[in-house]
Design a protein around this ligand. Structure first.
Ligand code: AMP
Length: 430
């Protein structure tokens, strides 16, 4: 097995990797580090959770450290652009951790907060800037940053960057970068528009690709509960009775939904906080910190806010809403089971979401175990709600057959409850 020491990494960085507890490089690190150290451009197809941050941070730190000059004010020689504030903060933390014995300085720039602390650190001089595109452009326009000395450029999560509408900002940043630079480009997916964008940035790149989307999820234990939408809150509280769930990241499709879930959990004395775009940056960071410290048990997040959240030892992800985009499901559950750790992903699926579940199973090329015996089984099997069907549905729900089903399910649940714990024991049948 390849060791970090066989990758020609300098001692100050090896020392910090040891302090981080990293013993062996992940596949993306083993492939990318030698390429980047050689000075070649890189096109990386990898998602968060594969160790891609260290795959670019380590060789960039090493090259900066080797050509370090402390004469005069430090100039920004490396720029990392990433779509979300949370990711930017995490990447900066990684640069600080891996570079702590190199004497290099990094800073993070993102919007939604007062710009003064950011401009102060820029004025003091930094070697590395990690930024979201909007605020960086803003500070450039105000004359607080120039990118003239950037020799290393990383575009991280390029697909998400495009999804979030940052393409114009990225193009403006590219115009401000020197032509003579080394560029690294990372994306979880490589649709044609991403390949096109990469061609405008990279010069004769080497390509590395790790763990195609479908195989990263293999180590994660996945199950699905079929449940009616109005019963999801009650089911969530039931599921959280499992004492093995010390903390869980719960995904909600909407910001409003996330707040509602938090309110319901509070009513049931479960400590929860929401993290989404309507929350101020400080509130988001506080929620994340409380969650990491396990003082908050449940973090409810929307997809964009959760993108890239890196919580060590997160073992449970709960999809309160089944995602309508199969790749999003993979990103969501990828928050757990990181760097080889164990992970469990639980999804709640109502009748309308069954179609989404099919797409997900097609993408991950396996069927997800169904938890059959739980107290809130799906009663309403009508996925499409025309007015006519809505009427029928209400009728049938009130009818004797529905009541029979309900009684039978409740009896089964009571029997099973006496026999064994039902949570976390998915059956394999459908
Ligand atoms: P990333 O894909 O960069 O977000 O990294 C995912 C997680 O893996 C982070 O918590 C890293 O700290 C961790 N990690 C990265 N590289 C290694 C490694 N070589 N050994 C152990 N953990 C690692």
């Amino acid at each position: 097995m390849i060791q970090f020491s066989s990758l020609n990494i300098i001692d100050p960085i090896l020392k910090s990797l040891e302090e981080e507890g990293y013993t062996t490089p992940t596949p993306i690190q083993a492939q990318a580090i030698p390429i980047v150290l050689k000075g070649t451009d890189l096109l990386g197809c990898a998602q968060t959770g594969t160790g891609k941050t260290a795959a670019f941070a380590i060789p960039i730190l090493q090259q900066l450290a080797k050509n370090k000059s402390f004469a005069g004010k430090r100039k920004a020689r490396a720029l990392i652009i990433t779509p979300t504030r949370e990711l930017a903060i995490q990447i900066n933390d990684s640069f600080k951790a891996y570079g702590r014995h190199t004497g290099l300085k990094s800073t993070v720039i993102f919007g939604g907060v007062n710009q003064n602390p950011q401009t102060r650190s820029l004025r003091a001089g930094v070697d590395i800037i990690v930024a979201t595109p909007g605020r960086l452009l803003d500070l450039m326009n105000q004359g607080h940053v120039n990118l003239r000395d950037v020799g290393f450029f990383v575009l991280d999560e390029a697909d998400r960057m495009l999804d979030m509408g940052f393409i114009h900002d990225v193009n403006k940043l590219l115009d401000a970068l020197p032509r003579n630079r080394q560029s690294l480009f990372f994306s979880a997916t490589m649709p044609p528009e991403i390949v096109k964008l990469s061609n405008t940035i990279l010069d004769n790149p080497m390509k590395v690709s790790v763990t195609p989307v479908s195989s990263t999820v293999d180590i994660i234990k996945q199950s699905v509960y079929f449940v009616d939408k109005p019963k999801k809150n009650a089911l969530l509280v039931e599921v959280l009775k499992n004492p093995e769930i010390k903390t869980a990241l719960v995904f909600s499709r909407t910001k409003h939904g996330a707040d509602k879930i938090v309110r319901h959990l509070h009513k049931n004395n479960i400590k929860a906080e929401a993290i989404h775009g309507n929350k101020g940056q400080n509130a988001r960071q506080r929620a994340l910190k409380n969650f990491k410290a396990q003082t908050t048990r449940i973090l409810v997040a929307t997809d964009i806010a959760a993108r890239g959240i890196d919580v060590d030892n997160l073992s449970y992800v709960i999809n309160y809403d089944t995602s309508n985009i199969a790749e999003t499901y993979v990103h969501r559950i990828g928050r757990t089971g990181r760097a080889g750790a164990k992970g469990t992903a639980i999804s709640f699926c109502n009748a309308e979401e069954k179609e989404f579940l099919k797409d997900i199973e097609k993408l991950i090329k396996k069927s997800i175990s169904v938890v059959e015996n739980h107290p809130f089984p799906l009663m309403d099997h009508n996925p499409i709600k025309t007015t006519q069907q809505q009427g029928n549905r209400n009728q049938s729900r009130r009818g004797p057959r529905a009541q029979e089903n309900k009684n039978r399910n409740q009896n089964n649940w009571n029997k099973n409850k006496k026999k064994k714990k039902w949570y976390g024991k998915p059956s394999t049948s459908r």
